[in-house]
Design a protein. Structure first.
Length: 201
């Protein structure tokens, strides 16, 4: 664990080749893989994964390496974990997923990658808040657009009966409000067009 924390890649490799345990935990339940992710050491992340580190291990808060990578905007670690086959929608103790972490930080590339690997785009946490509500609350316009264009439902409500647009309005993120209004109008037109029959025209 110390070698990982200090970034001593060569020592980590020697230890792994000597069959050092890859899934040991510290007092917080964090594994060396999680430490490598937090410290943005992509080479050690890859080394750990290549030597059977459990990509779905969770710490005492239920946080996985993927959630940590998504929260911190660490694209390389996110991709390495996804390619290794980690559980994309595994939740922490607050019922949050990696996609929600990426949404809160506004990491567009990570949001796109998680969606590509099958993340539940409308999943919500214990407060009923989903990824779109998070990007709307924090003012991440491009991330909001990525989620909506990826299929996020704009009218979902959290436990306080707030939608993504409500959060954007309260935080005075006018560009996001405008975008959500425009998208809603497009959806309404599309629904109207589909409902029309040749006989009604």
């Amino acid at each position: 664990m110390i070698a990982v924390r200090e970034g001593y890649e060569a020592i980590v490799q020697i230890l792994l080749e000597a069959r050092a345990k890859t899934n040991i935990c510290d007092k917080m339940g964090r594994t060396p893989l999680m430490e490598a992710v937090v410290r943005w050491n992509s080479n050690i992340v890859s080394l750990m994964l290549d030597h059977s580190a459990d990509p779905d291990a969770a710490d005492s808060n239920g946080t996985t390496a993927l959630i940590l990578a998504a929260q911190s905007g660490h694209l390389q670690a996110t991709m390495a974990l996804l390619i290794k086959g980690c559980e994309v929608d595994k939740r922490d103790k607050k019922n949050q997923t990696a996609l929600m972490g990426a949404a809160a930080s506004g990491s567009i590339e990570i949001i796109a990658a998680l969606i590509d690997f099958g993340a539940d785009i409308n999943a919500s946490n214990c407060e009923g808040v989903n990824a779109l509500m998070m990007t709307s609350f924090y003012g991440h316009l491009e991330a909001t657009q990525e989620l909506v264009q990826g299929g996020a439902e704009i009218n979902c409500k959290d436990n306080k009966n707030k939608t993504a647009k409500t959060h954007a309005i309260e935080q005075q993120h006018e560009e996001i409000v405008d975008f959500l209004n425009q998208w809603s109008s497009l959806e309404e037109r599309a629904d109207k067009s589909l409902s029309e029959t040749p006989d009604s025209q």
